[in-house]
Design a protein. Structure first.
Length: 291
């Protein structure tokens, strides 16, 4: 029960990151840089203390795991940059709905990379998701495909793609400590993004901006990832699949209630279709067939 609560809290805080990012006054690269720096400091400290207090002898970690952690980290950083870029040009509700296509993309990529067969039902749910994405993105509001793509849909979709690549790559990391894995990834983000940061943005910030920046860095990244990894291994996959929905639900509720976003009828239908689509699970389908 305690693990469920921690995971649900982490998902709820994740869901509020779009609202907080709007209040930071920073662009995507600068915000992701702060997230990486804050998480590296907080999670690195937690991991350091945990290694000092735990005297248990550990088996050596293969070099392949460290390389996978770095590759996974690269995908993670690109995913963050694209996601926050999408939030700059479109509403949180639309960006989050498209972003959560990642599990469906994982399913498709798995069929190509690992030769995993997609069932007819899987394809149906994919097209349900795709239809929902087009509607929530506002395709009905544009007279041309170019106008539709200029809304920021591509940023959100690219974020979902790299989120999926992060998930697939992360599957290969079996022995490396989850906290250390995240520290490696966020430290890589600090090194990669530092040359790209426009430092002039930081001279124009208010105290309120700094409050939201530090919250986004230490709470939404560092603290949330600690809760996430601390509870993940104690939960069943089915429980995780259900609790993950807390994230987009919180994001959409905050967007509608605080930022006063009002999706039209077609976008509401699109959100419903996306949620129905991402609820699909091959394991659930196999259980139904077995029954």
């Amino acid at each position: 029960m305690y693990a469920k609560l921690k995971f649900a809290i982490s998902m709820a805080i994740f869901g509020s990151i779009g609202l907080f990012s709007e209040k930071t006054g920073l662009h995507s690269i600068e915000l992701v840089f702060i997230r990486c720096l804050s998480a590296s400091i907080l999670l690195g400290t937690i991991w350091g203390f945990s290694t000092l207090t735990t005297k248990q002898k550990r088996d050596p970690i293969p070099r392949r795991e460290y390389l996978l952690a770095l590759l996974c980290g690269l995908f993670l950083i690109i995913n963050w940059v694209f996601f926050f870029r999408s939030l700059e040009v479109m509403s949180i509700t639309v960006a989050v709905s498209i972003y959560h296509l990642a599990p469906v993309i994982v399913l498709l990529l798995g069929s190509f990379l690992f030769k995993e067969k997609i069932s007819g039902m899987g394809l149906v749910f994919f097209f349900v998701c795709l239809s929902g994405t087009l509607l929530v993105g506002g395709i009905h509001q544009h007279t041309s495909m170019a106008g539709f793509l200029s809304t920021g849909v591509l940023w959100a979709f690219a974020a979902a793609l790299f989120y999926a690549l992060t998930s697939i790559t992360g599957k290969g990391i079996q022995l490396l400590n989850p906290l250390l894995t995240t520290v490696i990834q966020t430290s890589l983000g600090v090194l990669l993004l530092m040359p790209l940061v426009d430092w002039s943005y930081f001279t124009q910030l208010t105290w309120e901006n700094w409050f939201y920046i530090l919250m986004t860095g230490f709470i939404h990244t560092g603290f949330v990832y600690y809760l996430f990894f601390d509870s993940l291994r104690e939960l069943k996959a089915q429980t995780i699949a259900i609790l993950v929905f807390v994230d987009p639900v919180v994001a959409i509720l905050l967007d509608v209630s605080i930022l006063s976003y009002r999706p039209d009828m077609y976008q509401l239908l699109g959100i419903l279709l996306v949620f129905v689509g991402i609820s699909y699970s091959p394991k659930k389908e196999r259980r139904l067939k077995a029954a």
